[in-house]
Design a protein around this ligand. Structure first.
Ligand code: SF4
Length: 246
């Protein structure tokens, strides 16, 4: 019997999660606990709506012409989509069969055989590297950095097209030495095409309150253009294209 997936929400005309117009699938469940998370309502893997692979594919295929003319596709994000890799493998096979490009937005925390198989059907990985300092990473996410770096190594080994995403949070991820080290590290990955800098924002703050969770960033400001530019300049020394999403 086909595996059932738990989905938080669907967005039919996404423009920020990969190239072109994208059908974005927000998967339920995440093993990380990022301090700046704006989707804490995706954390619990038991919430959301159940879909079979076919039912989700039926939603996706409706938008195929928009995806095609814009060079877009489908993006699986979350939460952490790799928690439901078996389900996404089924959906991705259906998408690839109809020529729909598949992107995966992930923290790279999970790399098992099912994930490896899923990556065979993935055209682009948006890999979120939350910080390059292992201590800051642990404080920020509650988990260790090393699985993400191993995941990045695997993407290089398989030559999978990759964009790196980095969220700039004042006094949390603006430690410039570690940004420099990350930039140097990325220099070794020809499969990494681009680095996207995303500005921390507070739009998800209310969700923490609603869920009765302790939000640690009430006093943290959104980064100004100058800080974003400084970090972009350092990231740019990797020789990769850097884009700013402010
Ligand atoms: S990985 Fe994404 S969904 Fe999970 S806690 Fe971090 S920001 Fe939130």
């Amino acid at each position: 019997m086909a595996e059932v997936g738990r989905i938080h929400s669907l967005e039919s005309f996404g423009t920020v999660d990969g190239p072109g117009i994208r059908f974005v699938v927000f998967m339920q469940g995440c093993p990380l606990r990022c301090q700046y998370c704006h989707n804490p309502d995706t954390w619990d893997v038991n919430r959301g709506t159940e879909y079979t692979p076919e039912a989700l594919f039926e939603e996706i295929i409706k938008y195929r012409s928009y995806m095609k003319f814009s060079g877009g596709g489908v993006t699986f994000t979350g939460g952490e989509p790799l928690l439901q890799a078996g389900f996404l493998l089924e959906v991705s096979k259906l998408c690839k069969d109809k020529g729909i490009s598949v992107a995966l937005d992930t923290s790279g925390f999970i790399l098992n055989n099912t994930v490896k198989e899923l990556l065979e059907y993935t055209d682009l990985v948006l890999l979120d590297i939350k910080n390059y300092d292992p201590v800051v990473y642990k404080t920020l996410t509650g988990v260790s950095l090393s699985p993400t770096l191993k995941f990045l190594d695997y993407l290089r080994e398989k030559n999978i097209r990759t964009w790196i995403r980095y969220v700039v949070v004042p006094r949390l991820t603006d430690n410039l030495d570690s940004v420099r080290q990350l930039s140097g590290h990325l220099d070794n990955y020809p499969n990494v095409e681009k680095i996207e800098l995303l500005a921390f924002h507070k739009m998800g703050e209310y969700k923490w309150k609603e869920l009765g969770l302790e939000y640690k960033l009430y006093d943290t400001k959104e980064p100004d253009r100058e800080l974003m530019k400084r970090i972009a300049d350092i990231m740019g020394t990797s020789g990769k294209t850097v884009t700013l999403n402010i």
